[in-house]
Design a binder for this molecule. Structure first.
Ligand SMILES: Nc1ncnc2c1ncn2[C@@H]1O[C@H](COP(=O)(O)OP(=O)(O)O)[C@@H](O)[C@H]1O
Ligand SMILES: Cc1ncc(COP(=O)(O)O)c(C=O)c1O
Length: 271
């Protein structure tokens, strides 16, 4: 393909979630749906356990292997946009932070997936602290859900004003843009996300589709923002497009044998 016709390229560094609902599977589907050529480096493998209440079984990828995957990806294609998904352990966070610092990036979109069931509470605390100290300051965009917003800001979020205040606190930790997601957890008829750019707040709201969390919503929102930024979109436009994809994808969700339905990325074109 000639250079003029090359699609935009983006990398995702994230975990595998084998049912296809979340993780790198959802990210790459979203990139492809948005016309972005996706590359992926795996950080961990999550296998739900259908025999045990669908609990997460979690296996980290060796740090050296993570670094080698990123090395191969960035050597193969010129890429200035990356999405970071689930990391899960302190050594993984350190390896990814080191890999990211090997080159300049225009866009580093961090979905700060903090909770991995099956982890010890103590280990989860260490992971939160390491993510905050080592990866958050490198991020251009961070997309915490309600729980992650509370954890990263230290503020209890019960209202939209709290969400805004918490986003401002997270902005002080380094990222240029904070997208704090109220989702279904914040009371009201709308799923509200707010974007804090250091100077102003922009509100993105769509009617809630049901009251349930849908698997892959967080991954897909961040991946769609990443894809739009890779195409050169401004942040407000990237978030608006991503919100449309996620809302349509939740409306067109697949019911599963797991307690949560899963988002369908292609629903946006079937609308
Ligand atoms: N039931 C819903 N209806 C409409 N939008 C939703 C719903 N659930 C989540 N969203 C939106 O989907 C995106 C991802 O939500 P998030 O809270 O991160 O979900 P999760 O943490 O469950 O992945 C956000 O834009 C959020 O507002
Ligand atoms: C590997 C992996 N990444 C990310 C997530 C977060 O997914 P969601 O988009 O549903 O918040 C999960 C959840 O199971 C996961 O297993």
């Amino acid at each position: 393909m000639t250079n003029e016709k090359r699609p935009p390229v983006a990398l995702v560094v994230a975990g595998s979630e084998s049912t296809g609902g979340a993780g790198i599977q959802a990210d790459l589907k979203t990139f492809h749906q948005q016309g972005v050529y996706g590359m992926g480096s795996l950080t961990c493998i999550v296998s739900f356990d259908p025999q045990n209440n669908w609990n997460h079984r979690f296996v980290p990828v060796d740090s050296q292997v993570i670094k080698e995957q990123v090395e191969a990806a960035v050597a193969c294609h010129d890429v200035d946009t990356v999405k970071i998904g689930m990391l899960g352990t302190v050594p993984t966070i350190e390896a990814v932070a080191e890999s990211l610092q090997q080159q300049e990036w225009k866009n580093i979109v961090l979905d700060p997936v903090l909770i991995c069931k099956g982890q010890e509470a103590g280990a989860a605390y260490d992971v939160d602290q390491a993510l905050k100290a080592k990866v958050l300051p490198l991020a251009t965009v961070v997309t915490p859900n309600l729980f992650e917003t509370e954890a990263l800001s230290g503020i209890k979020v019960e209202t939209e004003d709290d969400l805004i205040e918490a986003a401002k606190r997270i902005g002080e930790l380094g990222p240029r843009y904070v997208i704090a997601k109220g989702g279904v957890e914040l009371p009201g008829d709308e799923a509200v996300d707010i974007l804090w750019d250091g100077e102003k707040v922009t509100r993105f709201a769509r009617p809630k589709v049901g009251q349930e969390r849908v698997g892959g919503a967080g991954c897909t929102l961040a991946a769609a923002i990443t894809a739009e930024l890779a195409k050169g979109a401004a942040i407000e436009d990237a978030v608006a497009t991503a919100k449309d994809i996620v809302t349509a994808g939740i409306e067109g969700r697949l019911e599963t044998h797991h307690p949560h339905a899963t988002l369908w990325q292609q629903a946006v074109v079937e609308h």
